[in-house]
Design a protein around this ligand. Structure first.
Ligand code: ATP
Ligand code: MG
Length: 420
């Protein structure tokens, strides 16, 4: 069974809006073992939408569209559907009552544009939009299905993930699916793949007519989600097998894997610090507060995070953390020695269990004294111990800053849980 995604919107074709809806849907379909054969973006015209549906129905069993469902004149998905399926728009009293109710409760009158939302294709099954006013259509024609989603990303995501996906999986998914996600940090994708060659061979060899297994690498900057998927009819067997693959992966690359499931690194760190009843503070130079932002993105971080000083200028490193002027002069701001003194100073200043420090060159300018752009020194310490490491990245400024901060979080993780 295959799916296809039809992205509808002039704003996508003009490049004014980045299409995130299709990647969101494609990722969830992929995770549920439904392969996406095509993603097609078309203009807000009846003809383009009809041609899109027609083409994608030749490639897939289910077509999921996004956009053009609103009440304004530029949204023509509904009329295109009616024309494509050769049906008509009919008035739906239940939707009308629902709309009236929603508008009354929000204190606004229902105008004719809004009430037009109650006109729906006669061949559509209506799925109530919990988070917006445009109803969603589930239309079946023979073996094929068209599902229309609104373009607004928050609406689209909610409705797709929570309401439609379970139904799509049930109707189009192949057998039972088991899935394990492992969160990886601190290792490039290719190095990880090298460590997992044997496991990957085994995963491939375990697949047969009745059961299929896949290992997917889903990298984003600084982290990788490693996904083991198994599908087939014998769910116990599949679960046993993917658990076995997981154990093998852990034995080969366990120190880079910090969690199972969908936990982000900042959340994980929060969890271990809370368990340990530990606190942390940060001294940031090149990351300019971004590390603090990542830590404080987690709700409840005030339980363990005390604060940061952005010591961007050398004077601030000296004044706030007592970094000696001679160290700065002799070794420079981006150096192991300065980093070390910042860790000590930060621990003293904030009196936290741990201190995390960054000092580096985000670029694109600023390479000095044989120190290249993308170099960062990161330090983590407590009252007894300190680890100072350098990393070298080769991205643009914003990406380097992100990678510096992710490396700092990873160093804190390893330091706190005692992994080398
Ligand atoms: P509305 O009821 O708001 O009119 P709609 O279904 O008609 O919803 P659109 O008008 O096409 O949706 O888009 C609404 C908003 O969602 C716009 O701001 C648009 O930029 C954004 N959007 C549309 N399609 C996508 C997409 N594929 N990816 C990301 N954003 C999108
Ligand atoms: Mg639109």
């Amino acid at each position: 069974m295959k799916a296809a995604i039809l992205v509808i919107g002039d704003e996508i074709l003009s490049g004014n809006v980045q299409d995130t809806n299709s990647s969101f849907a494609a990722r969830l379909l992929f995770e549920n073992n439904i392969s996406v054969a095509h993603i097609l973006a078309v203009a807000d015209t009846e003809q383009a939408i009809k041609e899109g549906i027609k083409y994608l129905f030749t490639k897939a069993d289910i077509v999921i569209s996004s956009g053009g469902l609103g009440p304004t004149r530029d949204d023509v998905t509904k009329t295109a559907i009616v024309s494509y399926f050769n049906t008509e728009l009919v008035f739906d009293q239940a939707i009308y009552d629902d709309l009236t109710d929603r508008y009354t409760r929000s204190g606004r009158p229902l105008n004719t544009l809004n009430s037009d939302q109650a006109m729906v294709p006669s061949n559509a099954e209506i799925v109530r939009n919990d988070v917006g006013t445009a109803p969603i259509f589930w239309i079946e024609q023979g073996e094929k299905v068209l599902v229309t989603l609104p373009g607004v990303p928050s609406e689209m995501r909610h409705m797709f993930e929570k309401i439609l996906l379970p139904r799509i999986v049930e109707q189009f998914g192949s057998g039972k699916i088991s899935r394990i996600i492992l969160q990886v940090i601190g290792i490039p994708e290719s190095d990880l793949a090298m460590k997992l060659v044997e496991v990957e061979n085994q995963i491939e060899a375990a697949s047969n007519e009745n059961e299929q297994y896949k290992l997917a690498y889903l990298p984003s900057m600084g982290t990788i989600r490693l996904q083991i998927i198994g599908s087939g009819d014998d769910s116990t067997k599949i679960e046993n097998n993917i658990n076995n693959f997981k154990e093998q992966i852990l034995s080969k690359a366990g120190k880079y894997i910090y969690a199972e499931g969908d936990e982000g690194i900042s959340t994980y760190i929060g969890k271990i610090l809370r368990e340990e009843q530990a606190t942390v503070s940060t001294a940031e130079s090149c990351t300019g507060g971004y590390l603090a932002h990542l830590i404080t993105s987690v709700s409840g971080s005030s339980d363990y995070y005390l604060g940061s000083i952005i010591s961007y200028a050398n004077e601030v490193k000296t004044k706030e953390f007592g970094v000696s002027e001679s160290t700065l002069e002799k070794f420079g701001a981006v150096s192991e020695e300065t980093c070390r003194e910042m860790v000590s100073g930060c621990l003293k200043k904030f009196n936290t269990t741990y201190a995390v420090v960054t000092t580096g060159i985000a670029g694109p300018t600023g390479d000095t004294d044989g120190k290249p752009v993308g170099l960062v020194w990161i330090g983590v310490g407590n009252k007894d111990n300190m680890i100072i490491s350098s990393f070298q990245f080769r991205r643009n400024r914003i990406e380097n800053i992100h990678l510096f901060a992710m490396s700092a979080l990873d160093m804190l993780r390893k330091f706190a849980v005692g992994v080398d």
